[in-house]
Design a protein around this ligand. Structure first.
Ligand SMILES: C[S@@+](CC[C@H](N)C(=O)[O-])C[C@H]1O[C@@H](n2cnc3c(N)ncnc32)[C@H](O)[C@@H]1O
Length: 396
C-alpha cells in the first residue's frame, strides 16, 4: 500500500470514529414563539436527547444522521448547526490558536473555503472582521498542513458552507452550518404576493391549529398559498427537504447511499389524502400566483382553488366541525389603512362566530385592539414577529 492510500484510509477511520460513530451537540434555530412546536416535532422525528430549549432554538444531542433527518424532514426548524467548540476568548490569538487545533479535515473536504458568519455581543473581541481573518487563516493552514499538495482549493465556493462564530460575553462558540439556505426556502414557492408567510411559520401554525385532526383545511385569504401548500405537503407526507441540496452532502462523513435510504424511509408519500384543502382569495392575481405555486409544488390534485370574498359569500355544503380555517389577513400599513383593518377584523369575527361557529381557526393579528374587535374566544395565543411586525396568532 502506498503512503497516500494509507493516509486516506487513516483519515476515513478517523472520520468514522470521531464523526460518524460519535454523538454531537446540535443547535436547531427556531423562529421565536415556536420553540414548543419545534420541540414536539423534533421528538416525533426521533430526536430523544434534548439538552435545552432556549428562546429561538433547541440544543439537542445526536448522531450526524439525526442532523440529516432534521434538515430533510423538519417543517418548523429554520437551521441546524453542528457545535464544534466553545472557549473563552479575550485576544484574537486565542481564536486563531484554538481554531488551528480543530481537526477541520474531519468536517470539511480538502477543497473547501468556508465563509464565516461572525457575531459578537458584550465581548472584548467586537471586531468581527478581524475574528473572521483569524478563523480563515487557522482553517486554511490546518487543511493545507493535513492535505499538503493534495489540497486543491476552489476559490469560487463550489457550495455554500458556513462556519458560525458567535462571541457572547467573551465565550466563543464555533459551529458548522448543516443547512445552507434556511429551511423555509423549500424551493416550490416560485411567486409571491402580499406579505407571504415563511413556510416554517405556516407549518408551525397548522400544527398548532390541529391540522392532523381536521377533515378539511380552509385557507380563504390564501395570498401566495403558503398555508395550503404546507398543509398539502404535511398531509401527503411529502418531505419538505426532498428537493434541496444541503452543505452536509459535501462533508467527508456523508454517504449518498445512506442518505437516499433515509430519504426513502422517511418519505412515505401519498397522492391521495382524505382531508380536503380549500384555497381561495378575493384577488385574482393572488389566485393566479397561488395556482402557479401549487403546480410547482405538485399538489394540484389535493388543493381546490377559486376566487371568492370570504367576508361576504358564505361557503356552502362544508362540514360544521373538524374544519381548520387559517387566516392571515392583510394588515400592514402598506396593505390597508388602520380604520379599514379594524372593520375587517370585526367582520372576520362575525363571519367565524355566525357562519362557522364549529370551526377551529388560526387567526393572525397585529394588535390587541383588532383581536378585541373580533369578539372571538380562543384557546391559545402565540406571539411572533412577521415581516418586521410583532403579530399574534390566536388558535381555537
Ligand atoms: C397577507 S395576504 C396572505 C398571505 C398568505 N398567508 C401567504 O403566505 O402568501 C392577505 C390576503 O388576503 C386577501 N383578502 C383580503 N380580503 C379578503 C376577503 N374579503 N376575502 C378573501 N381574501 C381576502 C388578500 O387578497 C391577500 O391576498
Amino acid at each position: 500500500m502506498n503512503t497516500q492510500h494509507q493516509w486516506e484510509k487513516s483519515l476515513q477511520r478517523r472520520v468514522r470514529r470521531h464523526i460518524k460513530a460519535a454523538r454531537h451537540t446540535f443547535f436547531a434555530i427556531v423562529q421565536p414563539g415556536f420553540e414548543e412546536t419545534a420541540l414536539g416535532e423534533l421528538q416525533n422525528l426521533g430526536v430523544d436527547d434534548i439538552v435545552h430549549t432556549h428562546q429561538g432554538g433547541i440544543t439537542f444531542r445526536g448522531k450526524v444522521e439525526d442532523c440529516y433527518r432534521v434538515n430533510l424532514c423538519s417543517r418548523v426548524i429554520t437551521r441546524v448547526l453542528l457545535r464544534i467548540d466553545r472557549f473563552k476568548a479575550f485576544h484574537f490569538n486565542q481564536v486563531y490558536k484554538r481554531m488551528r487545533n480543530i481537526p477541520w479535515e474531519l468536517y470539511l473536504p480538502a477543497s473547501e473555503v468556508p465563509d464565516f458568519k461572525v457575531s459578537s455581543s458584550a465581548s472584548k473581541l467586537f471586531h468581527t472582521g478581524r475574528v473572521e481573518e483569524e478563523a480563515a487563516k487557522a482553517i486554511g493552514e490546518r487543511l493545507s498542513e493535513v492535505y499538503g499538495s493534495a489540497r486543491k482549493v476552489n476559490p469560487e465556493h463550489p457550495y455554500a458552507q458556513s462556519v458560525y462564530i458567535r462571541l457572547e460575553k467573551n465565550t466563543c462558540t464555533i459551529s458548522l452550518d448543516s443547512t445552507g439556505d434556511p429551511l423555509y426556502k423549500r424551493g416550490y414557492k416560485k411567486y409571491i404576493t402580499g406579505a407571504p408567510l415563511r413556510e416554517t411559520t405556516a407549518a408551525a401554525l397548522l400544527m398548532e391549529g390541529g391540522l392532523a385532526e381536521a377533515e378539511m383545511l380552509v385557507d380563504p385569504m390564501c395570498g401566495s398559498g403558503t398555508f395550503s401548500m404546507e398543509g398539502a405537503m404535511m398531509l401527503c407526507g411529502r418531505l419538505p427537504g426532498e428537493k434541496r441540496e444541503f452543505p452536509f452532502f459535501h462533508w467527508p462523513v456523508f454517504s449518498r447511499a445512506a442518505y437516499n435510504y433515509l430519504s426513502r424511509d422517511m418519505g412515505k408519500c401519498s397522492e391521495q389524502i382524505s382531508t380536503k384543502i380549500i384555497c381561495s382569495d378575493l384577488d385574482q392575481e393572488a389566485i393566479d400566483i397561488a395556482g402557479k405555486n401549487i403546480l410547482s409544488a405538485e399538489i394540484e390534485g389535493v388543493v381546490s382553488i377559486s376566487r371568492r370574498d370570504f367576508l361576504s359569500e358564505p361557503l356552502r355544503d362544508l362540514p360544521r366541525y373538524r374544519v381548520l380555517c387559517v387566516l392571515n389577513p392583510p394588515y400592514g400599513k402598506r396593505l390597508l389603512e388602520d380604520g379599514a383593518v379594524e372593520r375587517m377584523y370585526e367582520k372576520i369575527g362575525v363571519v367565524l362566530r355566525e357562519w362557522y361557529p364549529g370551526w377551529g381557526f388560526v387567526l393572525l393579528c397585529p394588535d390587541e385592539k383588532y383581536l378585541k374587535a373580533t369578539g372571538l374566544e380562543f384557546q391559545k395565543k402565540i406571539p411572533f414577529s412577521h415581516g418586521g411586525l410583532e403579530v399574534t396568532a390566536v388558535v381555537r
